[in-house]
Design a protein around this ligand. Structure first.
Ligand code: SF4
Length: 256
């Protein structure tokens, strides 16, 4: 599913309430430095016709118009979430856009929480990290503990190094949400000890304020992927729960 707009929704989700989405990638394409086998936006190669990234001015204008309209209608907005057709921090104006969004949130819906869903590949860049620190919920993805396993599920661009990502995430001092997708493919299985044991270790190192584990819920570009049940996921993360960490287990991906 590729978003057609820069600001979309609001969509109602049980977890986030009435949630407005912001897509910082092309309106009719996908740009990401991962090519996850489960990406609901499809493969990168299928979304290359539109490469126009929205500018900070466009995002600001679209968001303000939407917030004014929703306010006039009396529609609640509980959260504003950066998700969309790719990795939001790849937009070169990401820090500026975060500042604009926080300003508009404070003005029109001060109670709304701002979240960013990111694959964490650019947290080592100081301006990106500083922007992520300013939002209410930086939600950072790590699906597997080694580069070899990540190659099988996320297919990153060359140069990705999970150890470097873990090192960069330490800067949050635990004040972030770690997100992990669990699934089974012909050559990747979140259940295998080399995956789950490594992930438990990463949680212990990073001590995120919450670990959000979820599974596939929508059509995926790779065929034949299998989802996990909430019970299966709970059994996998039980050691971390027993150690006192907060874990959110979702049987299905939320709307945004
Ligand atoms: S990081 Fe997100 S947008 Fe990028 S390929 Fe993976 S699921 Fe899709």
């Amino acid at each position: 599913m590729v978003r057609e707009e820069t600001v979309f929704g609001p969509i109602f989700s049980r977890r986030l309430g009435s949630s407005l989405g912001i897509n910082l990638l092309p309106e009719k394409g996908k740009i990401c430095n991962f090519d996850c086998i489960y990406c609901e936006c499809g493969w990168n190669r299928d979304g290359r016709n539109d490469t126009v990234l929205p500018t900070a001015a466009k995002v600001r204008g679209d968001l303000e118009r939407m917030l004014v309209k929703l306010g006039a209608e009396g529609t609640p907005v509980d959260s504003i979430t950066f998700s969309g057709d790719g990795e939001p921090t790849l937009n070169p104006e990401f820090p500026q856009i975060i500042d604009d969004t926080l300003r508009l949130r404070d003005r029109y819906y001060p109670q709304a929480k701002v979240s960013v869903l990111s694959n964490a590949t650019r947290v080592h860049i100081p301006e990106v990290f500083a922007a992520l620190q300013r939002v209410d919920n930086p939600i950072m993805k790590i699906d597997a503990p080694t580069n070899e396993l990540i190659e099988k599920i996320n297919q990153p661009v060359p140069g990705y190094d999970v150890a470097r990502v873990v090192e960069a995430l330490k800067q949050f001092n635990g004040n972030f949400v770690l997100q992990t997708c669990m699934l089974r493919s012909p050559d990747f299985d979140s259940l295998r000890p080399e995956v789950i044991e490594g992930m438990l270790q990463i949680v212990r190192i990073l001590k995120p304020r919450e670990w959000m584990v979820y599974t596939i819920d929508r059509p995926t570009p790779m065929q034949g992927l299998q989802k996990f049940s909430p019970q299966e996921m709970k059994a996998l993360v039980q050691p971390i729960i027993d150690e006192g960490y907060r874990v959110q287990i979702k049987g299905a991906v939320e709307d945004i």
